[in-house]
Write a protein that binds this ligand. Structure first.
Ligand code: NDP
Length: 313
């Protein structure tokens, strides 16, 4: 099996596997349609898929969240795969609330939320816990971001998670945390791909300057016809490069993310496609090709998540 490289987290020196299998988006939607009590009930299909991701495809990093309702399957898959807990990196996220119709699931904050999640997953600790969104407002989050961060730090102190970070945070929200942090955020998980190289102004550069690892969700966007419906400016170059390197589109696009110093979080409902993704570590995109991809990608804009927050204010 492909040896998966790692990124080093600055505070702890922990080695985080450089590709994650996500269990949100399509898995969350499917589960919601099929299951009455999704937060507590593990579905067989997703449990087996996550198990295959580990034992068949070779993934060592699973991404879940309170709001995905897939924490139970992640816990089950760890058991079923019989892999040593320390060999799989597990990330989950605190649901801090999205808007008035979707307030925080656990009003008291991340401490109680992760305590519940660990029980659900039957795990003693997480490798990484993130605050899922930056929309802190008394009506949806009940607590301030500063209070949430104090609770995140307590989770580290109490051994419930090894690392903490955030998701979808812009520089302003990151600065708010950095001002009060005893333990700095280690990760910002954001939408990142060729057609969205900064989710918010300067966020990637800010993170890289402050030793915060950027994780990319929706990394495959540029090659997904259901997202980029009329094609995009990198299409021709992608066709040329996959022939040159003898790789698939998925591998090329994920590799571009990785060579940008960013950790891709991808997903599939197909175990062979998951296995294929790991082939991204078996080649390198030349400097000139990398630059051409980056520059062409930057001529087009696509955002799949949080348009209202980032673009309409
Ligand atoms: P991707 O960009 O990796 O897209 C995955 C989707 O692409 C799947 O539906 C898959 O379908 C499809 N796909 C893959 N390859 C191809 C292909 N060659 N042709 C056609 N379709 C293809 O990631 P997602 O946007 O799904 O996000 C990944 C993860 O990131 C989520 O599961 C979640 O864990 C996390 N996330 C985090 C967010 C946050 O706010 N922090 C927000 C959104 C996601 P198929 O099943 O058929 O392979």
């Amino acid at each position: 099996m492909t040896q998966i490289p790692t990124f080093t987290l600055a505070r702890t020196g922990d080695q985080i596997p450089a590709l994650a299998m996500g269990s949100g988006t399509k898995h969350r939607i499917k589960k919601k349609a099929e299951t009455d009590n999704p937060k507590e009930t593990a579905t067989e299909e997703l449990t087996q898929l996550l198990t295959d991701a580990i034992t068949y495809a070779g993934f060592t990093h699973l991404d879940t969240a309170e709001t995905y309702t897939t924490e139970v399957e992640v816990g089950e898959a760890i058991k079923r795969s019989k892999v040593d807990r320390s060999k799989v990196w597990i990330t989950s996220k605190y649901d801090s609330g999205w808007r008035v119709e979707y307030p925080a699931s656990t009003p008291s904050g991340p401490y109680e939320a992760l305590t519940k999640s660990l029980k659900k997953m039957d795990l003693e600790y997480l490798d990484l816990y993130l605050i899922h969104s930056p929309f802190f407002h008394p009506d949806i989050s009940y607590i301030t971001v500063e209070e949430a961060w104090r609770q995140m730090e307590k989770l580290v102190e109490d051994g419930k998670t090894k690392n903490i970070g955030v998701s979808n945070f812009n520089t302003e929200m990151l600065e708010k945390i950095l001002k009060v942090a005893k333990i700095k955020p280690q990760v910002d998980q954001i939408e990142f791909h060729l057609y969205l190289q900064n989710q918010s102004p300067g966020v990637v550069q800010f993170c890289q300057k402050n030793d915060i690892l950027v994780e990319a969700y929706s990394p495959l966007t540029p090659i997904l016809p259901h997202r980029i419906t009329n094609g995009g400016p990198v299409d021709e170059l992608v066709e040329k490069l996959i022939k040159k390197y003898g790789v698939t589109k998925n591998q090329l696009i994920l590799r571009w993310v990785y060579q940008s110093g960013v950790l891709p979080v991808t997903t599939s409902s197909n175990k062979d496609r998951l296995k294929e993704a790991l082939g991204m570590f078996d080649f390198t995109i030349d400097k000139e090709d990398f630059t051409e991809l980056t520059e062409l990608g930057a001529t087009f804009h696509y955002r799949g998540f949080f348009n209202k927050y980032f673009e309409e204010g």
